[in-house]
Design a protein around this ligand. Structure first.
Ligand SMILES: *Cc1c(COP(=O)(O)O)cnc(C)c1O
Length: 497
């Protein structure tokens, strides 16, 4: 079922399609005085010429953007096994809920009395998230996972400072998602790296050496970024607690454990959830995300303000924003976060129910293990000592003898009709292939993908050029991503827009 490999003729730009006088709309006759913009806006620098916008008829414009949209890959078009991104099916019920006028058209400045439905939804969503994490309270302001990390770390800082015990360091495993050390540094902390042991799990003896009275917290994701469950989580938590450090749970990988393990029960005080990965609205769909942060009782006073509260019970309950939060770290987002994504998440949770979520994570783990087994003889696990959870990280180091890299295998997968998995992450696995099928894929899709992946690895030994030249079926061949990225960074560095 190839979807990426369809050859498409080049699509000219909308400017090339422009013809003088063509238009997609007609404006009503002017019924206000015609003024000279120069006089109406004194002191504003106006261009001599109007901008050269394309002139195009509506149908031609619709065809143009529809053709362009077909070049994009999305979960509604095909399998998307991008590890660490949980690219699962986004149920239509979530979209329907988010499109309801009462949510969609609500003005962010609406008074609480006029926003009762949205406030009730957020309050109930908080109940779901605290129940799922085993914690006490939540904020919905963070706009994505990394933003949630910053928020959670600011809460940890506020907590320690409030106790007159400011601490300097955050400990992060070497397998962590890159955003973890970045968020800690952005929050003003020194980052200390704890190594993984030979089995891919945190080296707890090394952790014991590193954690002391200057440690503000440990940032951990569990299952960790090589897809393995930290079986020594109780000891890890104990080491941190004994030193007065807090435990931060990076919940972007919550798909593996939702409805089965609660971070709060394993000693964590703060969790961010990527609802745009775990609960509908797949991350990478290009739209907004939401990274709610859920905390224990002792961190709740510091949550960003306002928080949603309920007065009364049952049918008489009313909801309001509570702004008076003297120990709050302040605001992290305009208004109340990306509420549309939160509505989708709520619809997802209600549609599945608690037992549905437990089934979801079981199937996510099953699907990952199924693919790992199917490809294991040609693409072995980076850390085979433990069974992977919702994703697996395999090593393609065997293809290096043929002058082929993991990236070449991935590019070949495009020609075979599949979006590649994540490559070269985490950094601790050589030629890493990180595959996360998610729970929403059928056995047929998993079989098709596994066969394509096997084929690409086998071809590396038989016809390496096929891989070096891939992809050959896409409108654009290989991009020099490294070079383009470096140039972008340099332009920013020099202050160019
Ligand atoms: C995706 C991810 C993040 C970052 O989330 P964003 O929403 O992209 O900011 C952080 N940690 C882990 C483990 C992730 O997979």
């Amino acid at each position: 079922m190839p979807v990426l490999g369809q050859h498409q003729a080049t699509e000219p730009t909308v400017f090339a399609k422009s013809r003088p006088g063509r238009q997609s709309s007609s404006m009503p006759d002017l019924d206000v005085p015609d003024v000279d913009p120069g006089e109406a806006l004194p002191g504003v620098a106006l261009a001599d010429e109007p901008p050269a916008l394309p002139e195009i008829a509506e149908l031609d414009l619709v065809r143009h953007v529809t053709r362009l949209s077909h070049r994009n890959h999305g979960i509604d078009v095909g399998f998307y096994p991008l590890g660490s991104c949980s690219m699962k099916y986004n149920p239509r019920v979530s979209e329907t809920a988010a499109a309801l006028d009462g949510f969609r058209a609500l003005h962010p400045w609406a008074p609480d009395e006029a926003a009762q439905g949205t406030l009730a939804l957020l309050w109930h969503l908080e109940q779901w998230l605290t129940e799922l994490t085993g914690l006490a309270a939540a904020t919905f302001q963070p706009a994505a996972g990394a933003h949630g990390e910053l928020c959670g770390l600011m809460l940890i800082r506020a907590y320690h400072e409030d106790r007159g015990d400011p601490r300097r360091t955050i400990v992060v495993p070497d397998s962590a998602h890159g955003t973890n050390p970045a968020s800690a540094a952005m929050c003003g902390y020194d980052v200390v790296t704890v190594p993984s042991g030979p089995d891919g799990l945190v080296d707890v003896d090394a952790l014991e050496e590193l954690v002391d009275s200057s440690t503000a917290g440990l940032m951990l994701t569990n299952p960790n970024t090589v897809g393995l469950f930290e079986v020594e989580i109780d000891r890890i938590a104990q080491v941190c607690r004994d030193a007065g450090a807090l435990l931060y749970y990076d919940g972007a990988n919550f798909n593996a454990i939702a409805g089965r393990v609660r971070p709060g029960d394993t000693g964590f005080d703060v969790v961010h959830l990527n609802v745009h990965k775990t609960f509908a609205t797949p991350h990478g769909g290009g739209g907004p995300g939401a990274g709610p942060v859920v905390v224990s009782e002792r961190l709740a006073p510091y949550l960003p303000a306002p928080v949603v509260v309920r007065d009364g019970d049952g049918d008489d309950a009313t909801y309001r924003w509570e702004h008076d939060r003297p120990r709050s770290i302040g605001r992290l987002h305009g208004f109340h976060g990306n509420v549309g994504v939160l509505v989708r998440a709520y619809a997802f949770l209600v549609a599945h129910g608690g037992d549905g979520l437990a089934q979801m994570s079981a199937k996510a783990v099953l699907n990952a293990n199924y693919v790992a087994e199917r490809v294991g003889d040609v693409l072995p696990l980076g850390y085979p000592q433990h069974r992977p959870m919702h994703e697996f990280v395999a090593t393609a180091s065997s293809v290096k003898q043929h002058g082929v890299r993991a990236l070449d295998v991935s590019k070949r997968l495009i020609d075979l009709g599949y979006h590649p998995p994540t490559n070269y992450f985490p950094l601790i696995v050589d030629e890493a292939f990180m595959v996360e099928p998610t729970e929403t894929e059928s056995p047929e899709t998993l079989d098709g993908f596994s066969a394509a992946l096997r084929q690409a690895i086998i071809e590396a030994g038989e016809n390496a050029d096929l891989l070096h030249e891939a992809p050959t079926t896409t409108p654009v061949r290989r991009l020099d991503e490294g070079k383009a990225g470096r140039e972008l960074v340099l332009r920013w560095h020099h202050g160019d827009p």
